[in-house]
Ligand binder design. Structure first.
Ligand SMILES: Cc1ncc(COP(=O)(O)O)c(C=O)c1O
Length: 367
């Protein structure tokens, strides 16, 4: 089976982990150990941010970002429903109300006009998601946010290596949150990072990461245990060095797949608008005008032929049992995309020959 994503781990990562294990320093009691600090510096440099705060998961980074930015109980946060549940989960964890808005049908990212329409006097923040690794139009969301005095917490969990007008994803947000989960473009097994140019958000996120403690056993605010281990950071440092190579291979694979699938009239291929660089975390096509059943059958048939495929995301968050209580949302583009999209493998382990096989299999199934 050609998997949809696969961690790209080599001897360098193994050596780096063994080195940490032998050092006897596995984590820090307060904040960050030496390897975590080195990883934070390297990551901040990579995304050109003033601060990077490492966490033990992307979800924790999102939760910390909202809390550090001052989002509170009773506030409203505008976000897409067409994303991984963690985006909405962290809003609810804070006690704020998620206000789901629709997406652009070409990019699958949050629709700017719908963001504007959803703003009320309770709105505190906007959470754009760089879905599949294509940055949302945060440059223009920034203009909307500034006009209304709102914060932007960007969910960049899938966007390592992506850029918008030459700037790394996250550049226009008050804080951006990244995931290093095993499927991501770079991984630490589990792990996350918060990046920001805002000194206060960084300072608070560092406190939240370790039980709100500035001094050991003296909490000055509500916190959590979101500390990254030295082992995770050691893997992250190696993976970060390899990331440009990983993204280049994904780009090569995505380009080759698009070239081959261009003639399949029933497919909408993934967009990479002018000025944007996709991270190609997920190469997602849409079966135009198709019912959900047909899309699901194609996914099943692909799997039977040895090509992993999945619908990200078949159930938009506003339709999930737990999230229905946050009100009825009219999101026609989201609901349509959820029934028609499916993703295909383009990760660095997929050879050009395998890309050709994937393309031929898709073409054959859609004939
Ligand atoms: C869009 C999105 N947001 C948030 C997360 C949460 O990250 P993590 O799994 O590291 O907690 C993920 C990844 O799993 C994601 O894809």
């Amino acid at each position: 089976m050609i998997s949809l994503n696969a961690p790209q781990i080599g001897e360098e990562e193994v050596k780096a982990v063994v080195k940490v294990l032998r050092s006897g320093v596995l984590t820090a009691g307060l904040g960050a150990g030496p390897t975590v600090t080195e990883f934070e510096k390297a990551y901040a440099g990579f995304v050109k941010a003033k601060h990077a705060v490492a966490m033990n998961m992307g979800t924790g980074a999102l939760h910390s970002a909202l809390a550090a930015a001052g989002v509170e109980r009773g506030d409203e946060v505008i976000l897409p429903s067409f994303t991984f549940v963690a985006t909405a989960e962290t809003v609810v964890m804070i006690g704020a109300r998620p206000i789901f808005v629709d997406i652009d049908p070409e990019t699958y990212n949050i629709s700017l006009s719908d963001v504007e329409k959803a703003i009320t006097e309770k709105t505190k923040a906007i959470m754009p998601v760089d879905l599949y690794g294509l940055p949302a139009d945060v440059q223009h969301i920034r203009e909307i946010a500034d006009k209304h005095g709102l914060l932007i917490i960007e969910d960049a969990a899938q966007a390592h290596g992506a850029t918008c007008i030459g700037k790394p994803a996250g550049a226009f947000a008050d804080a951006a949150c990244w995931s290093f989960y095993a499927s991501k473009n770079m991984t630490t097994g589990e792990g996350g990072m918060l990046t920001t140019n805002n000194d206060e958000i960084a300072e608070k996120a560092r406190l939240i990461r370790t039980h709100g403690e500035k001094k050991k056993y003296t909490s000055i605010m509500l916190g959590h245990n979101y500390r990254m281990t030295e082992i995770q950071a050691a893997i992250g440092l190696v993976q970060l060095k390899k990331l440009p190579g990983f993204v280049a291979k994904r780009r090569r694979n995505a380009g080759r797949l698009s070239e081959k699938l261009r003639k399949v009239k029933s497919l909408q291929l993934p967009a990479e608008p002018k000025g944007y660089k996709h991270s190609w975390y997920l190469y997602t096509v849409r079966l135009k005008n198709a019912k959900e059943n047909r899309r699901n059958k194609i996914i099943e048939r692909l799997k039977e032929q040895g090509v992993a495929s999945e619908a990200y995301y078949a159930t938009p968050i506003h339709l999930m049992p737990y999230y229905r209580k946050f009100g009825k949302h009219r999101l026609p583009e989201t609901e349509k995309a959820a029934k028609q999209v499916f993703s295909l493998p383009v990760h660095p382990g997929v050879t050009p020959k395998k890309i050709d096989f994937i393309a031929e299999t898709v073409q054959h199934l859609l004939k």
